[in-house]
Design a protein around this ligand. Structure first.
Ligand SMILES: Cc1cc2nc3c(=O)[nH]c(=O)nc-3n(C[C@H](O)[C@H](O)[C@H](O)COP(=O)(O)OP(=O)(O)OC[C@H]3O[C@@H](n4cnc5c(N)ncnc54)[C@H](O)[C@@H]3O)c2cc1C
Length: 492
């Protein structure tokens, strides 16, 4: 029987990041990926935005920034589009808009306020989340430093942070801005990939969380996904990580609450004393570990962990190069958002609540010559049924026809959250492997008894987006899980 020091289940970016950290320390590492291609859900990412300088430094890789200047265009039905130019991460200018001067000023005030709060949260994103009851010195220090950083905001800002953190984004925007396009644009960033509407409490928290990991509110194009994955694979190759694709782990072998092997769909069993699962927490516990190895209360928590995916991916090929009506072609390299106002987003979200397809979904898309790649939301994951994909396409087409005329669609492909679940074996096909809401964040992510990357099974760790600090292509989950495993190994 083959034997490895550490087996990583899943070759998503977090699995590969964990493999590169562990192999650098001389461990014999095997990565097993069910699909032919590595990268997992990062294959859906049109812009690699969340990867931070801190992570690149930690992994000791250098990748070129795609572009330093970027555009975000918020499309409006009356063709009075709003265009932002973003230089670096945060230098935002409004290039065109029909918003009043005072709305524009208030828009920047809000962006600056969110940026200040996100910077306060940012330092908590890179470490393992502290556990209140652990009694460990590092956890207590981290909790203290969290409180101190919030206190450093000063009385006025601290009160404002505490006021907005549980609030919904719609209320804060409506208190400050009148322009619908600007309100829709910010709301879109607060709800995409979630089960939150613009009026759901916690939507500001989600926005701040994303902004804290991303260091930018508009998830803009900074690094190219493929160059990031390529660099990590090179480290793995250099350190002799074995990567086997087209193989699926069916079961984690456990005896006396210790992991001892993985069983593959090929029938092969491979021995190990340490496993990191890049698969989402729910699938890891309920399918790979199995209920027989967990206590009843823990199983209940795993079952209750919310993983209903809400984003579908659509690729459309047009006959000719795509142009957007009433928009300069120099902005075509940027991101487009169609979420024209708060009411529109809220209606799309209401359908999602009742597991219905919205006939008026929101879109976030990128264009490359005659190709268009869109995140469509809200398209709810369905249990025991499937979506009418022709209906989704027709709804998306109806929106695009407002802006792209005299161009014919040659072909299109849709992947719903159900398809994403099937392809990647991720519960609900969820963007973040589980909702990013207050009860599923920080030391509560994925849920009580399973935070800090370790699990009730000795030698089993989690590194997926379902752990702190959540989804997006950050690599942080992979680094932290690997560090936790190394620390536990050192401590015997
Ligand atoms: C439609 C869509 C659009 C998105 N757009 C963006 C975006 O624009 N920006 C952004 O930052 N983030 C985006 N995300 C989110 C981001 O892609 C994910 O949060 C992130 O890639 C998760 O990475 P991961 O490594 O934790 O998990 P995954 O990428 O899900 O990796 C898990 C891997 O495990 C494999 N696997 C599962 N089960 C098994 C098994 N039993 N045996 C072996 N292998 C197994 C899977 O095939 C997969 O490769 C998007 C997500 C979706 C769904």
């Amino acid at each position: 029987m083959r034997k490895f020091d550490i087996i990583i289940i899943g070759g998503g970016h977090n699995g590969l990041v964990a493999a590169s950290v562990l192999s650098k320390k001389g461990n014999k590492v095997l990565v097993i990926e069910k699909n032919e291609n590595l990268g997992g859900l990062s294959n859906y990412v049109d812009s690699l935005s969340y990867i931070s300088e801190e992570v690149l430094k930690e992994l000791n890789i250098k990748i070129e920034k795609d572009i330093n200047e970027n555009y975000v265009s918020a499309l409006s039905d009356d063709l009075n589009h709003t265009v932002l130019k973003i230089t670096g991460n945060k230098n935002i200018e409004i290039l065109q808009t029909n918003a009043s001067e005072s709305d524009q000023a208030n828009f920047f005030n809000l962006i600056n306020k969110y940026d200040l709060f996100a910077r306060t949260l940012r330092s908590f994103m890179f470490n393992k989340p502290p556990r209140v009851k652990s009694g460990s010195r590092s956890d207590i220090w981290q909790l203290f430093s969290m409180g101190f950083k919030v206190r450093l905001l000063g009385k006025k800002n601290m009160r404002e942070l505490l006021r907005v953190i549980g609030l919904n984004i719609a209320d804060d925007l409506e208190d400050n801005i009148n322009n619908n396009t600007l309100k829709g644009l910010i709301s879109s960033e607060a709800v995409i990939g979630t089960n939150l509407g613009a009026r759901s409490p916690g939507s500001i928290l989600n926005l701040l969380y994303n902004q804290a990991t991303n260091n930018s509110i508009f998830r803009i194009n900074k690094y190219n996904t493929n160059s990031f994955l390529k660099s990590i694979r090179e480290i793995c190759k250099k350190n002799n990580v074995e990567i086997e694709t087209n193989k699926k782990v069916e079961k984690i072998g456990i005896s006396n609450q210790n992991v001892n092997s993985v069983l593959l769909d090929t029938g092969e069993e491979i021995q190990t004393s340490s496993i990191i699962s890049n698969v989402d927490p729910k699938t890891t516990y309920l399918k790979l570990v199995g209920a027989a190895n967990l206590d009843t209360d823990f199983i209940r928590r795993a079952k209750n962990y919310r993983t209903k995916g809400t984003v579908a991916k659509i690729h459309i090929d047009f006959e000719n190069e795509i142009k957007i009506n009433n928009l300069d072609t120099k902005y075509l390299s940027g991101k487009f958002v169609y979420a024209p106002d708060i009411k529109y987003i809220e209606h799309a979200f209401n359908d999602n609540k009742y597991n219905k397809l919205s006939s008026n979904p929101c879109l976030e898309f990128y264009i490359n010559k005659n190709k268009l790649s869109a995140n469509v939301y809200f398209i709810p994951y369905l249990i025991n049924s499937s979506h009418d994909k022709a209906e989704i396409l027709s709804n998306v087409k109806m929106i695009l026809e407002k802006f792209i005329t005299e161009n014919k669609i040659l072909s299109s492909a849709i992947e719903t959250p159900n398809d994403i679940e099937d392809k990647y074996n991720i519960s609900g096909g969820h963007w973040s492997h589980g909702d990013m809401e207050i009860d599923q964040l920080l030391m509560m992510r994925p849920f009580y008894g399973s935070s800090q990357y370790s699990t009730p099974i000795n030698g089993l760790y989690l590194c997926s987006a379902g752990t702190h600090p959540g989804g997006g292509v950050t690599g942080i989950n992979g680094i932290n899980a690997a560090k936790q495993l190394l620390k536990d190994k050192r401590n015997g």
